[in-house]
Design a protein around this ligand. Structure first.
Ligand SMILES: [Zn+2]
Length: 165
Protein backbone atom coordinates (compact mmCIF):
# COMPACT_ATOMS: atom_id res chain seq x y z
CA UNK A 1 0.00 0.00 0.00
CA UNK A 2 1.10 3.52 -0.74
CA UNK A 3 0.65 6.12 1.94
CA UNK A 4 0.07 9.82 1.54
CA UNK A 5 1.41 10.73 4.96
CA UNK A 6 3.92 8.23 6.13
CA UNK A 7 6.57 9.49 8.55
CA UNK A 8 6.16 6.17 10.35
CA UNK A 9 6.78 4.07 7.29
CA UNK A 10 10.50 3.57 7.82
CA UNK A 11 9.79 2.61 11.44
CA UNK A 12 7.25 0.10 10.18
CA UNK A 13 9.81 -1.60 7.99
CA UNK A 14 12.28 -1.37 10.87
CA UNK A 15 9.65 -3.03 13.04
CA UNK A 16 9.57 -6.05 10.76
CA UNK A 17 13.34 -6.29 10.91
CA UNK A 18 13.22 -6.10 14.69
CA UNK A 19 10.56 -8.80 14.85
CA UNK A 20 13.35 -11.27 14.22
CA UNK A 21 14.93 -10.31 17.54
CA UNK A 22 14.29 -12.14 20.79
CA UNK A 23 12.84 -9.01 22.32
CA UNK A 24 9.06 -8.67 22.10
CA UNK A 25 7.78 -5.09 22.06
CA UNK A 26 4.47 -6.14 23.59
CA UNK A 27 6.25 -7.75 26.56
CA UNK A 28 8.38 -4.63 26.89
CA UNK A 29 5.26 -2.46 26.80
CA UNK A 30 3.54 -4.73 29.34
CA UNK A 31 6.30 -4.36 31.91
CA UNK A 32 7.31 -0.74 31.35
CA UNK A 33 6.77 2.11 33.77
CA UNK A 34 6.97 4.55 30.83
CA UNK A 35 3.49 3.64 29.65
CA UNK A 36 2.85 6.73 27.55
CA UNK A 37 6.13 6.35 25.69
CA UNK A 38 5.10 2.78 24.82
CA UNK A 39 1.53 3.89 24.00
CA UNK A 40 0.00 1.76 26.77
CA UNK A 41 -3.36 3.38 27.45
CA UNK A 42 -4.73 1.19 30.22
CA UNK A 43 -3.61 -1.77 32.27
CA UNK A 44 -5.74 -4.56 33.72
CA UNK A 45 -4.93 -7.66 35.78
CA UNK A 46 -4.12 -10.02 32.90
CA UNK A 47 -4.14 -7.70 29.90
CA UNK A 48 -3.54 -4.17 28.67
CA UNK A 49 -4.65 -1.73 25.98
CA UNK A 50 -2.05 -0.26 23.63
CA UNK A 51 -2.29 1.99 20.59
CA UNK A 52 -1.05 0.69 17.28
CA UNK A 53 1.93 2.88 16.36
CA UNK A 54 1.19 2.17 12.68
CA UNK A 55 -2.57 2.74 12.59
CA UNK A 56 -4.82 1.72 9.72
CA UNK A 57 -7.25 4.36 10.93
CA UNK A 58 -7.48 6.90 13.72
CA UNK A 59 -8.03 5.14 17.03
CA UNK A 60 -6.52 1.79 15.95
CA UNK A 61 -6.02 0.04 19.28
CA UNK A 62 -4.89 -3.40 20.41
CA UNK A 63 -5.89 -5.45 23.46
CA UNK A 64 -3.08 -7.73 24.59
CA UNK A 65 -2.72 -10.45 27.24
CA UNK A 66 0.27 -9.77 29.49
CA UNK A 67 1.53 -13.31 29.06
CA UNK A 68 3.61 -13.96 25.92
CA UNK A 69 1.41 -16.55 24.20
CA UNK A 70 0.92 -16.95 20.44
CA UNK A 71 -2.83 -17.62 20.33
CA UNK A 72 -6.12 -17.98 22.19
CA UNK A 73 -5.64 -21.69 22.89
CA UNK A 74 -2.84 -20.86 25.33
CA UNK A 75 -4.92 -18.58 27.57
CA UNK A 76 -6.53 -19.85 30.74
CA UNK A 77 -10.18 -19.09 31.43
CA UNK A 78 -9.67 -15.97 33.53
CA UNK A 79 -7.22 -14.51 31.01
CA UNK A 80 -9.60 -15.24 28.16
CA UNK A 81 -12.59 -13.73 29.92
CA UNK A 82 -10.74 -10.59 30.89
CA UNK A 83 -9.26 -10.19 27.40
CA UNK A 84 -12.71 -10.05 25.83
CA UNK A 85 -14.14 -7.87 28.60
CA UNK A 86 -11.36 -5.42 27.81
CA UNK A 87 -12.10 -5.71 24.07
CA UNK A 88 -15.71 -4.78 24.90
CA UNK A 89 -14.63 -1.83 27.08
CA UNK A 90 -12.20 -0.61 24.44
CA UNK A 91 -14.82 -0.76 21.71
CA UNK A 92 -17.16 1.20 23.94
CA UNK A 93 -14.51 3.87 24.62
CA UNK A 94 -13.63 4.15 20.93
CA UNK A 95 -17.31 4.52 20.05
CA UNK A 96 -17.64 7.38 22.53
CA UNK A 97 -14.41 9.08 21.49
CA UNK A 98 -14.58 8.70 17.71
CA UNK A 99 -18.22 7.93 16.88
CA UNK A 100 -17.19 5.58 14.08
CA UNK A 101 -19.79 3.98 11.81
CA UNK A 102 -18.35 0.55 12.49
CA UNK A 103 -15.41 -1.33 13.91
CA UNK A 104 -13.13 -4.12 12.74
CA UNK A 105 -12.20 -6.42 15.63
CA UNK A 106 -9.82 -9.18 14.77
CA UNK A 107 -6.92 -11.47 15.50
CA UNK A 108 -4.25 -12.44 13.01
CA UNK A 109 -3.15 -15.74 14.49
CA UNK A 110 0.26 -16.74 13.16
CA UNK A 111 2.55 -15.13 10.60
CA UNK A 112 0.80 -16.83 7.68
CA UNK A 113 -2.39 -15.07 8.77
CA UNK A 114 -0.68 -11.71 8.75
CA UNK A 115 0.38 -11.31 12.38
CA UNK A 116 3.10 -8.67 12.68
CA UNK A 117 4.09 -10.07 16.08
CA UNK A 118 3.25 -13.77 15.71
CA UNK A 119 4.60 -14.77 19.15
CA UNK A 120 2.37 -12.51 21.22
CA UNK A 121 -1.40 -12.60 20.80
CA UNK A 122 -3.15 -9.25 20.28
CA UNK A 123 -6.68 -8.26 19.29
CA UNK A 124 -6.94 -5.36 16.83
CA UNK A 125 -9.79 -2.87 17.15
CA UNK A 126 -10.01 -0.51 14.20
CA UNK A 127 -12.71 2.19 14.01
CA UNK A 128 -14.24 2.46 10.54
CA UNK A 129 -16.18 5.18 8.79
CA UNK A 130 -18.48 4.97 5.80
CA UNK A 131 -16.38 5.77 2.78
CA UNK A 132 -13.00 5.36 4.43
CA UNK A 133 -12.10 2.66 1.95
CA UNK A 134 -14.34 3.60 -0.97
CA UNK A 135 -11.91 5.78 -2.76
CA UNK A 136 -8.66 6.16 -0.91
CA UNK A 137 -7.91 2.58 0.09
CA UNK A 138 -9.83 0.41 -2.34
CA UNK A 139 -9.38 2.29 -5.59
CA UNK A 140 -6.21 4.24 -4.97
CA UNK A 141 -4.62 1.67 -2.66
CA UNK A 142 -3.77 4.40 -0.19
CA UNK A 143 -4.19 4.66 3.56
CA UNK A 144 -4.39 7.86 5.54
CA UNK A 145 -3.47 8.30 9.16
CA UNK A 146 -5.24 11.55 9.82
CA UNK A 147 -4.34 12.04 13.45
CA UNK A 148 -1.03 12.24 15.29
CA UNK A 149 -0.48 9.29 17.62
CA UNK A 150 0.00 11.63 20.63
CA UNK A 151 -3.45 13.06 20.00
CA UNK A 152 -4.96 9.58 19.76
CA UNK A 153 -3.26 8.62 23.03
CA UNK A 154 -4.74 11.60 24.84
CA UNK A 155 -8.23 11.03 23.48
CA UNK A 156 -8.35 7.29 24.22
CA UNK A 157 -6.81 7.73 27.70
CA UNK A 158 -9.34 10.42 28.52
CA UNK A 159 -12.10 8.20 27.12
CA UNK A 160 -11.18 5.36 29.49
CA UNK A 161 -10.90 7.80 32.39
CA UNK A 162 -14.35 9.23 31.72
CA UNK A 163 -16.01 5.86 31.34
CA UNK A 164 -14.21 3.70 33.90
CA UNK A 165 -12.57 6.21 36.27
ZN1 LIG B 1 5.64 -10.88 24.21
Amino acid sequence: MKTMWSPWRSKYIQGFANAQDDSCFLCTASSTTAQKEHLVVREFEHSFVILNRFPYNSGHTMVVPKRHVPDLTELDTSELHELFEVVQSTQSVLQNVYSPHGCNIGINSGRAAGAGVPGHLHVHIVPRWDGDTNFMSTLADITIASEAIEETYQKVSDGFEQQYG
